[in-house]
Structures are given as C-alpha cells and as structure tokens.
Design a protein around this ligand. Structure first.
Ligand SMILES: [Zn+2]
Ligand SMILES: [Zn+2]
Length: 225
C-alpha cells in the first residue's frame, strides 16, 4: 500500500464553518440508526447523535456516509467517549477501531473529529447540551425524555445539534492511513511492539508495561478455597 499524498495545510483552527441548513434525508438517518442500534444493542439518543455526527462530519469533508471504497482509506475518525456514540460513529461511517481508521481519545466528551488525511482537513463536532432541552420541547407529550431525544435528533438542524470547527490533528507519520510501523522488540522483555506504540526511555525502546505505563498490576494467582 502506498503512503497517502502529503497533506495540504488544514484551514486555520477554529475557522468559521457553515453548517447545512437542512438536516440530512430522514431515510438515510433512519437506516443508519437502525443498523447501529442493532449492533449497539439498544436504540438510544447516542446512536442518533453518532449517526448525525458521521453524516455531517464526512459531508463537510466532501464524503458520503457511510464511506465507500476507496475513499474510506483517506479518513480517520476520532471519538472522544467510549460509550454509545462510539458504536454509532463506527457503524454509520464504516470507520473501524480494528483497522486503525477509528481512534478512541477518551476524554468523556460527546464529540468526534473526522480527518481527511489526503487534504489534511479535519472537522471536530461537539454535541450541544442545548439540544437536549430543544428535543423535549419538540415532543412535549412524550413522557420518556430518551424517546423524545431519539425522535427529535433525527430531524433537528445540524446547527442545533452540534458546535463545529475546523481543526488540525497532528498525526505522526507512522500513524497515517495505510502505514504499517515496523514491529520493534522491547529492549527489556523482548515482546514485539506493534502499531508504533514504542516508549523511548533513556535511549531504550520499551513496551508500555516495561516503561511503567501498564494499565494493570500483576497479582498472585487466585488460591483455591
Ligand atoms: Zn446506547
Ligand atoms: Zn517489555
């Protein structure tokens, strides 16, 4: 696989961004929400937000949703929460954690960024808190707020659902789409480190646990009682 063309400079971070006046076609939204709810396990407001985010973000970059081949190889998505929204963005956009085309930057925010590695352009979308109340007002007779939000988020204008801005995302060259970083043996334990996740500590190339970055602690084996 050849490396992507050198990205052109992204628009200035925070540059003004005009959102579409009309929401996307309802049939497109419903089809994607249905598909993501099936995989996610339930229909929730996060599914609709993730679907609308994907349609809008990819649309602003000039792409359809879901992404087709071969353009899906140009795009990297970043989701900022590991909950409902992440599943919806994966299903709707076609981007995948297992392919490196979707990344989790868990900041606990209902937000996502779509980066076009060919152009270097990236757009970040943040779910607006005001949309929650607006959804309830659109469905005043709906006793379940989640149902009201699911219904309303399908059709509300993008500008009511999202704050959007052009951003730039600094990706190391070995994290670009289509690039496979070499496997590096850990200088301490010898395990092969993949995906460019080497930690350089005092001139040594280490795996995360050997570099003191483990997410776990070794414990004694469970004893039989
Ligand atoms: Zn959910
Ligand atoms: Zn190691």
């Amino acid at each position: 696989m050849s490396p992507p063309a050198r990205p052109t400079p992204a628009p200035m971070a925070g540059a003004a961004l005009v959102l579409p006046a009309e929401p996307p076609p309802l049939a497109q939204v419903e089809q994607l929400v249905h598909a993501s709810a099936r995989i996610h396990g339930h229909l929730c407001p996060g599914q609709v937000i993730g679907v609308r985010m994907s349609i809008l973000g990819l649309g602003l970059l000039g792409y359809g949703c879901p992404l087709g081949m071969p353009e899906i190889k140009n795009i990297i998505g970043f989701v900022e929460i590991e909950r409902c929204l992440a599943d919806a963005v994966a299903v709707a956009s076609g981007l995948r954690f297992g392919r490196g085309s979707l990344r989790l930057i868990n900041q606990g925010l209902l937000a996502a960024t779509f980066l076009d590695a060919l152009s270097g352009r990236a757009v970040r979308l943040v779910s607006r808190e005001e949309a929650r109340q607006a959804a309830l007002e659109l469905h005043p007779n709906e006793s379940n707020p989640h149902t009201a939000q699911v219904l309303a988020y399908r059709v509300m204008p993008d500008a009511e659902l999202f704050d959007a801005q052009w951003v730039s995302v600094a990706l190391p060259p070995d994290q670009m789409p289509g690039v496979r970083p070499p496997k590096v043996p850990c200088a301490n334990c010898g395990v092969l480190i993949r995906s460019g996740q080497v930690h350089r500590v005092e001139g040594r190339e280490l795996c995360a646990p050997c570099a003191g970055r483990a997410y776990f602690l070794p414990v004694a084996p469970p004893t039989k009682e």
